[in-house]
Each structure stands twice: as C-alpha cells, then as structure tokens.
Design a protein around this ligand. Structure first.
Ligand SMILES: Nc1ncnc2c1ncn2[C@@H]1O[C@H](COP(=O)(O)OP(=O)(O)OP(=O)(O)O)[C@@H](O)[C@H]1O
Ligand SMILES: [Mg+2]
Length: 330
C-alpha cells in the first residue's frame, strides 16, 4: 500500500472554541490509483490533504489521533529532516492558487533549477536548465525556452498552474496531491489540465485529487471518498458509487450535478445548511438535512461500514432498498 491514513482526527483551537476539522478519517491510496475526495466547502478536504505532508499550522492545529503511513513510514512521527526528504520528492502537492507554491521574486527557470539541484545534487546548472525547459514543454507551455526567463506574475493563471504542475512532476513523486487544481481556471484551461492529469495517470502516478465537483471525479478518479462535515460518509469505486449511491448525501451531490443524459436539466441543491464545525451534532452530522433520517440518527453516529460490494458507507439505512419513486440518485 502506498498511503494509508488511519483514524485521523485533526482539531484547531480557535477563539470560538475547539473545532474538529477532520474526524476519524481512514482511507488508502494504492500504487497507480487516482483517488478523489469530494464534498462541500469546509468539510475537511484540504485539512486531510495538508495533514499528509504535515503542513497543518500547529498550533492552532493538532493531530488529535491517527496515523499516516506512506511506504511503511509513519509521517506524523517522522523527524522533520526525514519528512523534508519526502515532501516534493516522494509526495508532490499542487494547490488551488499557484502563487502560493511559486516564489514571486524569482524567474520560473531559476526556481525550477534550484529545486532540481536540491534533489539531484549531481546535476550541473546547464543540465538542470535543459531538464526544466523540457518539463515546461511537457506540460504544454508554448515557447518554454522563453518562459524560463519569465517571472510568475508575467504568466496567465493557466500558465502558472502548468508551471506548478511541471515543478511537482519533475521530481517524479510516487504520489501527487492536487487540491482543487482547476477551480481558479477558465473552462478551456481546465480541460487542458484534466488532459495532463489523464496523462499522468497513464504514466502510473498515484494521485489524491480534491474537488467539490462530482463531474471531475467522474472524469478522472478510480475511487472516491465523499466527505461531509469532517467525516467520510461513503467511499468506493467511482462507477459503483455513481451507479448506486448508498448514502443520502452522495445521492444529493449527484442530483446537484449537471447531467448530459438528462432530457431536462434538473439541478437540485441539497436543502439546509452544513452544521458548524464548532458544534457538530452528537449523531450523524448529516441527520438535520437528511430526507431519510430516523430517530437513532440524531443521537448515534453511524460507523463507516463495508457493504458486500466492497464500498463503505456511514448510514444506518445504507442497505435498505430505495423507496418507491426514488430514482437511483434520489
Ligand atoms: N488554520 C486553521 N485554523 C482554524 N480552522 C481551520 C484552519 N484550517 C482549516 N480550518 C477549519 O477546518 C475545517 C475544514 O477546512 P478545510 O479547509 O479542510 O475545508 P475544505 O473541505 O477544503 O473546504 P473548501 O472546499 O472550501 O476548500 C473548516 O471548518 C475550516 O474553517
Ligand atoms: Mg479546501
């Protein structure tokens, strides 16, 4: 197993009180697999991703519980020096806003050469420069030799995103974590970045891809973790989960997704509001918005349990047949 996250709980001490951002989250990423994390804003996707590289600010953050095992090493207890060897080189990360990963004051080429030479001290400057130029070309940047001399602010958002992807890929990480890599981009550039991700997938790079968009999951992911208010509520193969979602929240997400095969586009937002992470209810976090909640759901949190088909669902009613008139997505 490449990555195993086990019973991870992450909390933040805020002025308003103790906030649980991620609670008892467990999942795995196998070699060559693309795993998606999907869920509404604030559900804990980024905190989960940042925890893997221990990039949570501590304080106010705190790993209250859990283990993160990458290639057999527990990243949460690894000495910082050893962790730095893993960041970038073994586990790459691309963020929603590329400016956070790029230095604004250095030309693109110089940044890339510096990173390459830190990880491969044997490379000469000229060799590293040539390699970096090839990487810019490989992510579809036109005139890469010229772009090596550009400052990040001289590039468009889409080009900056590609530079960040090139910088992450050039170290050949075994795992790439991409947190909303296309959210800030326009549709054409989004499509190009998706194409790049597909190529990486074909090259056997494992990926953890974070998005709030079920369409992105469908396009790119082998497996999906659905998060709601700090918990994983459903996890399974993308096909199975789209075909027969078992958690009412997953059904809601799918109903809210535009569909090409629908004759009339019927987008339904999920009613109600996500509870405050400072004050999650004692039972199922989704119970207040859930169309099929029963009394038990208010007081008892359903555990994430494996069904016969291998998928995991945290719902007391996961195996019940759907009521008459309910389609598979509702
Ligand atoms: N540094 C921090 N200090 C305090 N609270 C934080 C911090 N970082 C995240 N949180 C809180 O943790 C919870 C989970 O946040 P997270 O960023 O993981 O959400 P997300 O699912 O990535 O949302 P989005 O889709 O908006 O990116 C939120 O309630 C957020 O306010
Ligand atoms: Mg986020």
């Amino acid at each position: 197993m490449l990555l195993e996250v086990k019973e991870l709980t992450v909390q933040f001490a805020t002025e308003a009180g103790l906030l649980t951002a991620v609670e008892n989250v467990s999942f795995e990423v196998k070699a060559g697999e693309v795993v998606g994390i999907v869920g509404e804003s604030g559900c804990g996707k980024s905190v989960t991703a940042l925890s893997i590289l221990r990039l949570i600010p501590r304080p106010p953050g705190r790993f209250a519980r859990g283990r993160i095992v990458f290639k057999g090493q527990d990243l949460l207890s690894l000495p910082l020096g050893a962790l730095r060897q893993i960041r970038g080189k073994q586990i790459g990360m691309i963020f929603q806003e590329p400016m956070t990963a790029l230095s604004p004051l250095k030309r693109v080429g110089r940044q890339m050469v510096e990173i390459l030479r830190v990880h491969e001290p044997g490379l000469s400057k000229a060799q590293a420069w040539a390699a970096a130029t090839r990487w810019l070309a490989s992510v579809g940047i036109p005139e890469p030799a010229e772009r090596m001399h550009s400052y990040p602010f001289q590039l468009s958002g889409g080009m900056r995103q590609r530079v960040m992807i090139a910088m992450a890929l050039m170290l050949h990480p075994a795992l790439l974590i991409a947190d909303e890599p296309t959210t800030a981009l326009d549709v054409t550039i989004q499509a190009q970045v998706f194409e790049l991700i597909r190529e990486m997938k074909a090259d056997d790079t494992s990926m953890l891809l974070i998005t709030h968009d079920m369409g992105v999951i469908w396009e790119l992911c082998d497996r999906v973790l659905v998060m709601y208010a700090s918990h994983i509520v459903e996890a399974g193969d993308t096909n199975a989960l789209f075909d027969d979602p078992r958690h009412p929240y997953t059904r809601g997400l799918l109903r809210a997704m535009p569909r090409l095969d629908a004759e009339i586009e019927q987008l339904e937002a999920i009613e109600g509001q996500v509870p405050s992470p400072l004050d999650y209810p004692p039972g199922c976090h989704f119970s207040a918005r859930c169309p099929i909640a029963i009394e038990r759901c208010q007081t008892e949190a359903p555990p994430l349990e494996r069904l016969a088909d291998g998928r995991q669902v945290a719902c007391f009613r996961a195996t019940e047949p759907l009521a008459d008139g309910e389609n598979r997505h509702g």
